[in-house]
Design a protein around this ligand. Structure first.
Ligand code: HEM
Length: 456
């Protein structure tokens, strides 16, 4: 596709676009050509269980290429504004100039607005396929996160409108590409005026002289027409895709941080959480008289794992602290309180890390800390123990039992424990993924603590 605004009066018409303009043209063209079938396929593949996982992975690639197109388009506009392109061949008819100019400006409009509508859509944190909140962070080819546009989270109408515009512009763009390619081929093989050679370095320039005209009376009009086409496609897509009113769902992802009566929760998870909570509230609080242990953070860790889109993931919390008082001979006087910074969850995958902090998962902005507080220690024989306690994530207490082994040598101790958590009982991701289509219901937690007994 040629550069827009290109057919202006030039005093000395260049024969070719500059190398940078040619590279940008073909890079963007190839990316757009891949994006349209990719977008088409992934939207459909998402609905079938056998292709869902691949579709999910493609989403990240689609978003990454889309952002590359956006960045390169901005670069291309800057380049175009500062470099004169070759003029149109002098023999072109008025209507041909009009159409050429309109098509080119429409391409610029599409290359900017199409990725922007994609960005708006993902920033809304709402999946139109399931009509539910689904906040997926964007990681640019897994290298760095790209933030959501602010203030759009949980906006359902915006999600539907933006994706309607996105899809109309994308398929409208396919029609435009077909016209553009047809015009280029006509120039090459029928007119033989060398227009294609301006963008394809190895083609020989044609017979026709390049004119100096092109701006003239029709230029403003054709640019207006080209832009109007894009805006019209976006507006029609937006309006036709507006969703029907939603009766009983909360309006934002944030609302899902707290379980509500409308939150889908399996009967099993509900019955698991409630009676147990009562137990914990009535459990006697013990006085901690056992010696204090200082955690060696460098050789201690709190890890977690599960599956995501069919693949295993493992992560750890980078920031946490613990107040441990423990004596195997004085279990009633032993106590541990562990505080974990929820924003410090790391899995090595920027998308997962971004999503973990979000509203319906750990909601780190509102609930920066998770807490595990023991209520009772029990000796199980040998070096085996268990700690009963309360795990509070997003201020929701859940009773848990942590079995662990204890190895003591002098004033050093090594504790290794593991437990499995049902994320439904902790209200993690229960609105967007209640049936564990993406993320396993069971999350395993592993704790390794090295500590030294304090003298004090
Ligand atoms: C020029 C760049 C782009 C092109 C040509 C393009 C093209 C497409 C197409 C053809 C679809 C399928 C629409 C349908 O059948 O309903 C699609 C869907 C999608 N696009 Fe893009 N896209 C571009 C940029 C972006 C960007 C930058 C993002 C995000 C940052 C994005 C996010 C998405 C998402 C999330 C969907 C699936 C929506 C759903 O859940 O159904 N796209 N895109």
């Amino acid at each position: 596709m040629n550069t827009a605004f290109q057919h202006q009066t030039v005093s000395r018409a260049a024969v070719r676009y500059t190398g940078v303009a040619i590279v940008l043209h073909w890079a963007i063209a190839l990316m757009i050509l891949s994006m349209i079938p990719m977008g088409w396929w992934m939207v459909r593949a998402l609905k079938k269980p056998e292709t869902q996982q691949l579709a999910y992975q493609l989403f990240q690639i689609h978003k990454s290429i889309g952002f590359a197109i956006l960045a390169l388009t901005v670069l291309r506009i800057v380049w175009r504004a500062t470099h004169k392109p070759p003029a149109l061949p002098s023999g072109m008819k008025l209507w041909e100039r009009f159409l050429a100019n309109a098509t080119h400006i429409a391409f610029y409009g599409l290359m900017l607005i199409l990725p922007l509508t994609g960005w708006i859509y993902v920033s809304s944190g709402w999946a139109i396929a399931t009509d539910r909140p689904l906040d997926v962070a964007t990681s640019w080819f897994g290298l760095f996160p790209i933030p959501h546009l602010p203030g759009l989270e949980g906006n359902r109408s915006l999600a539907f409108g933006a994706m309607g515009a996105h899809s109309y512009m994308a398929y409208g763009g396919a029609v435009l590409i077909a016209l553009h390619v047809a015009a280029a081929l006509k120039h090459q093989f029928i007119e033989r005026d060398g227009v294609l050679a301006q963008m394809v370095p190895f083609l020989r320039a044609g017979k026709a002289a390049h004119g100096t005209s092109g701006k003239g009376k029709t230029s403003g009009l054709s640019h207006g027409f080209g832009l109007a086409l894009v805006v019209m496609a976006a507006a029609i897509g937006w309006v036709l895709h507006l969703p029907p009113p939603l009766a009983e769902q909360p309006s934002s992802v944030e609302a899902q941080a707290e379980p509500t009566t409308t939150t889908p929760q399996s009967p099993a998870s509900a019955s698991q959480a409630n009676p147990a909570q009562t137990d914990v509230q009535t459990a006697p609080v013990q006085a901690a008289t056992a010696p204090v242990w200082v955690i060696d953070m460098a050789s201690s860790s709190i890890g977690f794992g599960g599956t995501h889109a069919g693949n295993a993931f493992n992560g750890r919390f980078e920031e946490w602290s613990g107040d441990i008082r423990f004596d195997p001979a004085n279990l009633p006087g032993s106590k541990a309180v562990i505080l974990v910074k929820t924003a410090s969850a790391r899995t090595g995958d920027a998308t997962q890390e971004g999503s973990l902090k979000n509203g319906e998962w750990l909601n780190s902005t509102r609930f920066p800390e998770a807490k595990f507080e023991t209520t009772e220690f029990r000796a199980l024989g040998g070096d085996r123990y268990e700690a009963k306690g309360t795990l509070s994530i997003k201020n929701k207490p859940l009773p848990v039992v942590l079995p662990f082994t204890l190895k003591m040598e002098g004033n050093k101790a090594q504790v290794d424990g593991a437990l499995e958590l049902d994320r439904a009982a902790l209200n993690l991701g229960m609105f967007s993924d209640p049936s564990a289509e993406w993320v396993s219901k069971t999350i395993s937690v592993k704790i390794a603590v090295s500590a030294t007994k304090s003298d004090s």
